[in-house]
Design a protein around this ligand. Structure first.
Ligand SMILES: [Zn+2]
Length: 335
Protein backbone atom coordinates (compact mmCIF):
# COMPACT_ATOMS: atom_id res chain seq x y z
CA UNK A 1 0.00 0.00 0.00
CA UNK A 2 1.42 3.33 -1.02
CA UNK A 3 1.96 6.23 1.35
CA UNK A 4 -0.86 8.04 -0.37
CA UNK A 5 -3.19 5.13 0.25
CA UNK A 6 -2.09 4.93 3.86
CA UNK A 7 -2.86 8.60 4.23
CA UNK A 8 -6.19 7.99 2.60
CA UNK A 9 -6.98 5.17 5.00
CA UNK A 10 -6.12 7.54 7.80
CA UNK A 11 -8.44 10.17 6.38
CA UNK A 12 -11.26 7.83 5.65
CA UNK A 13 -11.16 6.01 8.93
CA UNK A 14 -10.96 9.10 11.11
CA UNK A 15 -13.04 8.52 14.19
CA UNK A 16 -13.64 4.88 13.38
CA UNK A 17 -12.24 2.13 15.49
CA UNK A 18 -10.96 -1.33 14.81
CA UNK A 19 -9.35 -0.50 11.48
CA UNK A 20 -5.83 0.03 12.66
CA UNK A 21 -4.77 -3.45 11.65
CA UNK A 22 -5.78 -2.96 8.03
CA UNK A 23 -2.67 -1.08 7.04
CA UNK A 24 -0.96 -3.94 5.24
CA UNK A 25 -0.46 -4.21 1.52
CA UNK A 26 -3.74 -5.03 -0.19
CA UNK A 27 -2.63 -8.55 -1.02
CA UNK A 28 -4.48 -11.21 -2.88
CA UNK A 29 -4.97 -14.09 -0.44
CA UNK A 30 -7.48 -15.79 -2.70
CA UNK A 31 -4.87 -16.21 -5.39
CA UNK A 32 -3.10 -18.80 -3.24
CA UNK A 33 -5.70 -21.41 -4.06
CA UNK A 34 -7.02 -21.46 -7.59
CA UNK A 35 -10.12 -23.38 -6.46
CA UNK A 36 -10.90 -20.82 -3.83
CA UNK A 37 -10.65 -18.08 -6.43
CA UNK A 38 -13.18 -19.80 -8.68
CA UNK A 39 -15.58 -20.54 -5.88
CA UNK A 40 -15.14 -17.04 -4.54
CA UNK A 41 -15.83 -15.40 -7.87
CA UNK A 42 -18.98 -17.43 -8.55
CA UNK A 43 -20.38 -16.87 -5.09
CA UNK A 44 -19.65 -13.19 -5.11
CA UNK A 45 -21.15 -12.81 -8.60
CA UNK A 46 -24.30 -14.44 -7.24
CA UNK A 47 -24.26 -12.12 -4.26
CA UNK A 48 -24.11 -9.09 -6.57
CA UNK A 49 -26.93 -10.40 -8.76
CA UNK A 50 -28.96 -11.04 -5.62
CA UNK A 51 -28.64 -7.33 -4.82
CA UNK A 52 -30.19 -6.59 -8.23
CA UNK A 53 -26.81 -5.41 -9.54
CA UNK A 54 -26.56 -6.60 -13.16
CA UNK A 55 -23.51 -8.85 -13.60
CA UNK A 56 -21.51 -9.80 -16.69
CA UNK A 57 -18.56 -12.24 -16.86
CA UNK A 58 -15.27 -10.69 -17.96
CA UNK A 59 -12.07 -12.12 -19.35
CA UNK A 60 -9.33 -12.98 -16.87
CA UNK A 61 -5.59 -12.78 -16.50
CA UNK A 62 -3.77 -16.06 -17.09
CA UNK A 63 -0.57 -14.85 -15.48
CA UNK A 64 0.93 -14.04 -18.86
CA UNK A 65 -1.98 -12.65 -20.87
CA UNK A 66 -5.68 -12.09 -21.29
CA UNK A 67 -7.89 -15.18 -21.66
CA UNK A 68 -9.17 -13.75 -24.97
CA UNK A 69 -5.83 -14.92 -26.35
CA UNK A 70 -5.03 -11.71 -28.20
CA UNK A 71 -1.42 -10.70 -27.69
CA UNK A 72 -2.41 -7.07 -28.32
CA UNK A 73 -5.56 -7.12 -26.14
CA UNK A 74 -6.11 -3.50 -25.21
CA UNK A 75 -8.21 -4.24 -22.13
CA UNK A 76 -6.69 -7.35 -20.57
CA UNK A 77 -8.82 -9.11 -17.94
CA UNK A 78 -11.40 -6.34 -18.19
CA UNK A 79 -13.61 -6.94 -21.23
CA UNK A 80 -16.79 -9.02 -21.38
CA UNK A 81 -16.67 -12.68 -22.39
CA UNK A 82 -20.23 -13.05 -23.65
CA UNK A 83 -21.41 -12.57 -27.23
CA UNK A 84 -23.24 -9.30 -26.68
CA UNK A 85 -21.02 -7.84 -23.99
CA UNK A 86 -22.73 -5.48 -21.56
CA UNK A 87 -26.09 -6.21 -23.17
CA UNK A 88 -25.87 -9.68 -21.63
CA UNK A 89 -25.55 -8.33 -18.08
CA UNK A 90 -28.20 -9.85 -15.87
CA UNK A 91 -29.48 -10.36 -12.34
CA UNK A 92 -30.83 -13.82 -13.27
CA UNK A 93 -29.17 -16.15 -10.80
CA UNK A 94 -29.42 -19.21 -13.08
CA UNK A 95 -27.63 -17.35 -15.85
CA UNK A 96 -24.90 -16.24 -13.45
CA UNK A 97 -24.41 -19.82 -12.23
CA UNK A 98 -24.18 -21.06 -15.84
CA UNK A 99 -21.58 -18.44 -16.76
CA UNK A 100 -19.30 -19.20 -13.85
CA UNK A 101 -19.67 -22.94 -14.43
CA UNK A 102 -18.48 -22.33 -17.96
CA UNK A 103 -15.74 -19.85 -16.98
CA UNK A 104 -14.96 -20.49 -13.29
CA UNK A 105 -12.15 -17.93 -13.29
CA UNK A 106 -14.13 -15.16 -15.02
CA UNK A 107 -13.63 -11.73 -13.55
CA UNK A 108 -16.82 -9.96 -12.53
CA UNK A 109 -18.20 -6.92 -14.33
CA UNK A 110 -20.99 -4.83 -12.79
CA UNK A 111 -23.17 -2.62 -14.94
CA UNK A 112 -23.19 1.03 -13.89
CA UNK A 113 -26.05 3.45 -14.44
CA UNK A 114 -28.61 1.05 -12.99
CA UNK A 115 -28.27 0.73 -9.22
CA UNK A 116 -25.17 2.90 -8.94
CA UNK A 117 -22.63 4.95 -10.85
CA UNK A 118 -18.93 4.84 -10.10
CA UNK A 119 -16.31 7.54 -9.69
CA UNK A 120 -13.22 5.91 -11.18
CA UNK A 121 -10.14 7.51 -9.63
CA UNK A 122 -6.78 6.62 -11.15
CA UNK A 123 -3.75 6.80 -8.89
CA UNK A 124 -2.60 9.64 -6.72
CA UNK A 125 -3.13 12.17 -9.52
CA UNK A 126 -6.82 11.26 -9.68
CA UNK A 127 -7.18 11.42 -5.91
CA UNK A 128 -5.59 14.87 -5.87
CA UNK A 129 -7.94 16.03 -8.64
CA UNK A 130 -11.01 14.87 -6.70
CA UNK A 131 -9.83 16.48 -3.50
CA UNK A 132 -9.15 19.77 -5.24
CA UNK A 133 -12.56 19.70 -7.00
CA UNK A 134 -14.54 19.94 -3.75
CA UNK A 135 -15.61 23.46 -2.84
CA UNK A 136 -14.03 23.39 0.60
CA UNK A 137 -10.63 22.70 2.11
CA UNK A 138 -9.92 19.26 3.43
CA UNK A 139 -10.75 16.98 0.53
CA UNK A 140 -13.63 14.90 -0.69
CA UNK A 141 -13.80 12.60 2.32
CA UNK A 142 -14.22 15.18 5.05
CA UNK A 143 -17.94 15.74 4.64
CA UNK A 144 -17.78 19.38 3.65
CA UNK A 145 -19.48 22.28 5.39
CA UNK A 146 -22.60 20.31 6.30
CA UNK A 147 -20.67 17.17 7.20
CA UNK A 148 -22.89 15.41 4.71
CA UNK A 149 -21.34 16.25 1.35
CA UNK A 150 -18.86 13.44 1.27
CA UNK A 151 -18.69 10.56 -1.20
CA UNK A 152 -18.06 7.70 1.17
CA UNK A 153 -20.08 4.91 -0.40
CA UNK A 154 -18.72 1.44 -1.06
CA UNK A 155 -15.16 1.83 -2.34
CA UNK A 156 -12.95 -0.58 -4.24
CA UNK A 157 -9.18 -0.61 -4.31
CA UNK A 158 -8.36 -1.26 -7.96
CA UNK A 159 -5.10 -2.01 -9.75
CA UNK A 160 -3.81 1.49 -9.08
CA UNK A 161 -6.70 3.58 -7.86
CA UNK A 162 -10.18 3.55 -6.41
CA UNK A 163 -13.79 3.05 -7.49
CA UNK A 164 -16.32 4.92 -5.34
CA UNK A 165 -19.93 3.75 -5.74
CA UNK A 166 -22.57 6.51 -5.82
CA UNK A 167 -26.34 6.22 -6.34
CA UNK A 168 -27.17 6.26 -10.07
CA UNK A 169 -27.36 9.83 -11.38
CA UNK A 170 -28.84 9.17 -14.82
CA UNK A 171 -25.64 10.49 -16.39
CA UNK A 172 -23.71 8.51 -18.98
CA UNK A 173 -20.03 7.65 -18.95
CA UNK A 174 -17.72 10.63 -18.83
CA UNK A 175 -14.09 9.91 -19.51
CA UNK A 176 -11.88 12.66 -18.15
CA UNK A 177 -14.44 14.09 -15.73
CA UNK A 178 -11.33 15.40 -13.96
CA UNK A 179 -7.70 14.71 -14.75
CA UNK A 180 -7.17 10.97 -14.11
CA UNK A 181 -10.82 10.60 -13.07
CA UNK A 182 -13.62 9.00 -15.11
CA UNK A 183 -17.31 8.62 -14.46
CA UNK A 184 -18.93 5.26 -15.12
CA UNK A 185 -22.66 5.77 -15.55
CA UNK A 186 -25.30 4.64 -18.03
CA UNK A 187 -23.85 2.26 -20.58
CA UNK A 188 -20.75 1.60 -18.52
CA UNK A 189 -19.39 -1.03 -16.18
CA UNK A 190 -16.71 -1.61 -13.61
CA UNK A 191 -14.59 -4.60 -12.65
CA UNK A 192 -15.65 -5.72 -9.18
CA UNK A 193 -13.95 -7.57 -6.29
CA UNK A 194 -12.58 -10.19 -6.05
CA UNK A 195 -11.60 -10.03 -9.73
CA UNK A 196 -7.89 -10.18 -10.44
CA UNK A 197 -6.23 -7.27 -12.22
CA UNK A 198 -3.63 -7.84 -14.93
CA UNK A 199 -1.07 -6.69 -12.36
CA UNK A 200 -1.94 -9.77 -10.28
CA UNK A 201 -3.65 -7.73 -7.60
CA UNK A 202 -7.19 -8.42 -6.44
CA UNK A 203 -9.83 -5.77 -6.66
CA UNK A 204 -10.75 -5.41 -3.01
CA UNK A 205 -13.32 -3.58 -0.97
CA UNK A 206 -11.75 -0.76 0.99
CA UNK A 207 -11.49 -1.72 4.67
CA UNK A 208 -14.53 -0.22 6.38
CA UNK A 209 -16.11 0.88 3.08
CA UNK A 210 -17.33 -2.44 1.72
CA UNK A 211 -20.32 -3.92 0.06
CA UNK A 212 -22.74 -3.15 2.86
CA UNK A 213 -21.93 0.53 3.06
CA UNK A 214 -24.93 2.58 1.98
CA UNK A 215 -24.79 3.80 -1.62
CA UNK A 216 -25.49 7.48 -1.08
CA UNK A 217 -26.72 10.04 -3.62
CA UNK A 218 -24.06 12.13 -5.32
CA UNK A 219 -23.44 15.33 -3.35
CA UNK A 220 -24.26 18.64 -5.03
CA UNK A 221 -20.67 19.50 -5.95
CA UNK A 222 -20.31 16.19 -7.80
CA UNK A 223 -23.64 16.55 -9.63
CA UNK A 224 -22.58 20.00 -10.70
CA UNK A 225 -19.31 18.65 -12.01
CA UNK A 226 -21.19 15.95 -13.94
CA UNK A 227 -23.68 18.26 -15.58
CA UNK A 228 -21.69 21.41 -16.26
CA UNK A 229 -20.50 21.91 -19.84
CA UNK A 230 -16.78 21.49 -20.26
CA UNK A 231 -14.91 24.76 -20.29
CA UNK A 232 -12.05 24.64 -22.72
CA UNK A 233 -10.08 27.78 -23.41
CA UNK A 234 -10.71 28.97 -26.96
CA UNK A 235 -7.53 28.93 -29.00
CA UNK A 236 -8.14 32.37 -30.48
CA UNK A 237 -10.84 34.99 -30.64
CA UNK A 238 -14.16 34.46 -28.95
CA UNK A 239 -16.02 31.25 -29.42
CA UNK A 240 -19.74 31.09 -29.11
CA UNK A 241 -20.72 28.89 -26.21
CA UNK A 242 -22.58 25.85 -27.45
CA UNK A 243 -25.26 23.69 -25.98
CA UNK A 244 -24.37 20.10 -25.25
CA UNK A 245 -24.38 18.16 -28.48
CA UNK A 246 -24.47 19.92 -31.82
CA UNK A 247 -25.16 19.56 -35.51
CA UNK A 248 -21.39 19.56 -35.93
CA UNK A 249 -21.12 16.61 -33.56
CA UNK A 250 -23.88 14.69 -35.29
CA UNK A 251 -22.40 15.26 -38.72
CA UNK A 252 -18.94 14.28 -37.52
CA UNK A 253 -20.30 11.09 -35.95
CA UNK A 254 -22.07 10.18 -39.18
CA UNK A 255 -18.86 10.76 -41.10
CA UNK A 256 -16.81 8.61 -38.69
CA UNK A 257 -19.33 5.77 -38.83
CA UNK A 258 -19.32 6.05 -42.63
CA UNK A 259 -15.53 5.70 -42.71
CA UNK A 260 -15.75 2.46 -40.74
CA UNK A 261 -18.47 1.09 -43.00
CA UNK A 262 -16.42 1.91 -46.10
CA UNK A 263 -13.13 0.57 -44.77
CA UNK A 264 -11.45 -2.26 -46.63
CA UNK A 265 -10.56 -5.64 -45.24
CA UNK A 266 -7.32 -5.48 -43.32
CA UNK A 267 -7.91 -1.82 -42.45
CA UNK A 268 -11.13 -2.21 -40.55
CA UNK A 269 -9.83 -2.38 -37.02
CA UNK A 270 -7.59 0.59 -37.73
CA UNK A 271 -10.55 2.52 -39.19
CA UNK A 272 -12.67 1.70 -36.15
CA UNK A 273 -9.86 2.78 -33.84
CA UNK A 274 -9.49 6.12 -35.65
CA UNK A 275 -13.24 6.70 -35.62
CA UNK A 276 -13.44 5.82 -31.92
CA UNK A 277 -10.63 8.24 -31.13
CA UNK A 278 -12.44 11.01 -33.03
CA UNK A 279 -15.74 10.23 -31.30
CA UNK A 280 -13.99 10.27 -27.91
CA UNK A 281 -12.68 13.74 -28.74
CA UNK A 282 -16.16 14.93 -29.69
CA UNK A 283 -17.77 13.45 -26.56
CA UNK A 284 -15.20 15.14 -24.34
CA UNK A 285 -15.69 18.37 -26.33
CA UNK A 286 -19.46 18.12 -25.70
CA UNK A 287 -20.18 18.12 -29.41
CA UNK A 288 -21.80 14.71 -28.87
CA UNK A 289 -24.04 14.48 -25.84
CA UNK A 290 -25.36 10.96 -26.38
CA UNK A 291 -22.12 9.09 -25.73
CA UNK A 292 -23.93 5.79 -25.39
CA UNK A 293 -25.69 6.25 -28.73
CA UNK A 294 -22.42 7.21 -30.42
CA UNK A 295 -20.60 4.18 -29.07
CA UNK A 296 -23.50 1.98 -30.14
CA UNK A 297 -23.31 3.42 -33.66
CA UNK A 298 -19.60 2.63 -33.78
CA UNK A 299 -20.21 -0.86 -32.45
CA UNK A 300 -22.87 -1.59 -35.04
CA UNK A 301 -20.60 -0.29 -37.80
CA UNK A 302 -17.66 -2.39 -36.58
CA UNK A 303 -19.75 -5.54 -36.43
CA UNK A 304 -21.40 -4.74 -39.78
CA UNK A 305 -18.02 -4.85 -41.51
CA UNK A 306 -17.28 -8.22 -39.95
CA UNK A 307 -15.11 -7.44 -36.93
CA UNK A 308 -15.71 -9.70 -33.92
CA UNK A 309 -17.74 -8.32 -31.07
CA UNK A 310 -14.97 -8.49 -28.51
CA UNK A 311 -12.48 -6.89 -30.85
CA UNK A 312 -15.00 -4.14 -31.56
CA UNK A 313 -15.69 -3.51 -27.87
CA UNK A 314 -11.99 -3.43 -27.01
CA UNK A 315 -11.08 -1.16 -29.93
CA UNK A 316 -13.88 1.31 -29.25
CA UNK A 317 -13.09 1.33 -25.53
CA UNK A 318 -9.46 2.22 -25.95
CA UNK A 319 -10.05 4.58 -28.88
CA UNK A 320 -12.76 6.61 -27.14
CA UNK A 321 -10.77 6.75 -23.95
CA UNK A 322 -7.65 8.04 -25.71
CA UNK A 323 -9.64 10.53 -27.78
CA UNK A 324 -11.40 11.91 -24.73
CA UNK A 325 -8.04 13.11 -23.43
CA UNK A 326 -7.89 15.52 -26.39
CA UNK A 327 -11.34 17.19 -26.51
CA UNK A 328 -12.35 18.64 -29.88
CA UNK A 329 -14.87 21.39 -30.50
CA UNK A 330 -16.00 23.21 -33.58
CA UNK A 331 -14.60 26.73 -33.63
CA UNK A 332 -17.40 29.12 -34.45
CA UNK A 333 -16.54 32.76 -34.08
CA UNK A 334 -19.08 35.23 -32.83
CA UNK A 335 -19.71 37.49 -35.82
ZN1 LIG B 1 -8.56 -9.62 -23.78
Amino acid sequence: MSRQQNRLVGDRTRGRSGLGSQGGRPGCPRAIEADLVSEGLANVALDYAGRAWPVVPLHSWTGSGCTCGRADCSSPAKHPRTAHGLKDATTELAEVVAWWKRWPEANIGLLTGVMFDVLDIDGEEGMAAVNSAVPWNGGAWDGGPTGNDTIDGPTVITGRGHHVYVAATGQGNKAGLLPHVDWRGKGGYVVAPPSIHASGRCYEWFPGWGLDQEIAPAPAWLLELLTKPATFAPSQGTCQPQRDGSAYGRAALEQEVGRVLLSREGERNHALNRASFAVGQLIAGREIDDAYGAVEALRRAGEAVGLGHEEVVATIGSGVESGSLQPRRSQRRVS
